[in-house]
Design a protein around this ligand. Structure first.
Ligand SMILES: *[C@@H]1O[C@H](CO)[C@@H](O)[C@H](O)[C@H]1NC(C)=O
Ligand SMILES: *[C@@H]1O[C@H](CO)[C@@H](O)[C@H](O)[C@H]1NC(C)=O
Length: 246
C-alpha cells in the first residue's frame, strides 16, 4: 500500500516534469512567423496542413513542388528555419484528405496553438550546419557526385534500417512497403530534397519532400513508403543568401 502510493507520487512527478519540458519547445512561434514572412508575396501560392509533428506546405494550384524552379524561394525559407521547424513539402497533384482539409498561411499559428505534438525537429542523427561548417567560404560549385544515401526501415523509427545509395532523379520502387525512412546529403554545396511516395514508381502524387542541407540528414518520417526520388538544388545561390535576407 505504502509502496504503491510512493510509486504513483514518483509517476505524477515524472509526468508533470515531462509536460513542463515539452511545453517549452512544442512550437517555435518566432520561427513560424519568420518562415511565413520569408515567403513574402509568394505566400498565397501555398496552402498548409499539420500532420503529426510535420508542418505540410503544398502548392495551392494542385501540383507537385519543384524546388529548383517555382518553389525555390520556399526551399530557401525552409532551409533558413530547418533547425527550428519540421517543414515538409507536399505534392498536391491529386486530392486526398490532407489536401481537402488544408488552410491558408494566416491560420497556421492558430492551428498550431491547438496542436499538441511538437513541430520542433528532433532528428535521429546529427546535422552539420552549413553555415557553421563552411565558415564563410561560399563557392558557387554545383553538386559534384549527384548521389545521396537513403536509409529505409521496416520499423517505424528508422532503427532497423538499410543503407542504399542512389543518384538524384532515380526512382527506386519496392513491392513491399517500408514504414520509415531517412536520407543523408553527402554534397558540400547542394540542398537535397528527398520525395517519398506511398505508391509505386514515384507516381500518383501525395509525395512528401524532406530536406537536408550539405552533410545533413532529414528527419525520420513514419510513413508507408514504396518509392522515392532525390533532387539537388544548388545551395550557394541563392540559399543561404536570399535578397534582403543575406
Ligand atoms: C526559435 O527560432 C528562432 C529562429 O526564428 C531561434 O533564434 C530561437 O533560438 C528558437 N527558439 C528555441 C527555443 O529554439
Ligand atoms: C523541376 O523542373 C525542371 C524544369 O522543368 C525539371 O528539369 C526538373 O526535373 C524538375 N524537378 C523535379 C524534382 O520535378
Amino acid at each position: 500500500m505504502r509502496f504503491s502510493i510512493l510509486l504513483s507520487t514518483i509517476f505524477i512527478g515524472f509526468f508533470s516534469h515531462t509536460a513542463y519540458v515539452s511545453g517549452q519547445t512544442i512550437h517555435n512561434s518566432t520561427a513560424v512567423t519568420g518562415f511565413l514572412d520569408c515567403l513574402g508575396d509568394s505566400i498565397s501560392n501555398y496552402k498548409f496542413n499539420i500532420d503529426e509533428g510535420e508542418i505540410l506546405v503544398m502548392p495551392a494550384d494542385n501540383r507537385s513542388p519543384n524546388c529548383t524552379t517555382r518553389d525555390n524561394l520556399l526551399l530557401n525559407c525552409i532551409m533558413r528555419y530547418h533547425d527550428y521547424l519540421n517543414i515538409v513539402l507536399y505534392g498536391s497533384a491529386y486530392g486526398d484528405d490532407t489536401v481537402s482539409s488544408s488552410f491558408v498561411a494566416a491560420e497556421l499559428n492558430d492551428r498550431l496553438s491547438s496542436h499538441a505534438i511538437s513541430t520542433v525537429p528532433i532528428r535521429r542523427r546529427s546535422t552539420n550546419n552549413f553555415l557553421k561548417g563552411r565558415s564563410g567560404s561560399r563557392s558557387k560549385r554545383q553538386a559534384v557526385n549527384g548521389y545521396y544515401e537513403s536509409y529505409p526501415a521496416t520499423d517505424d523509427s528508422c532503427a532497423d534500417n538499410d543503407q542504399q545509395s542512389y543518384f538524384a532523379g532515380d526512382c527506386p520502387s519496392f513491392a513491399s512497403k517500408y514504414t520509415s525512412i531517412e536520407f543523408y546529403n553527402p554534397e558540400p554545396q547542394a540542398v537535397l530534397t528527398a520525395y517519398v511516395w506511398p505508391h509505386h514508381d514515384c507516381s500518383q502524387g501525395n509525395e512528401k519532400g524532406y530536406v537536408a542541407g550539405p552533410f545533413g540528414y532529414t528527419s525520420c518520417p513514419k510513413r508507408d513508403t514504396y518509392s522515392w526520388k532525390g533532387s539537388f538544388t544548388n545551395a550557394a545561390s541563392p540559399w543561404p543568401c536570399i535578397g534582403s535576407l543575406c
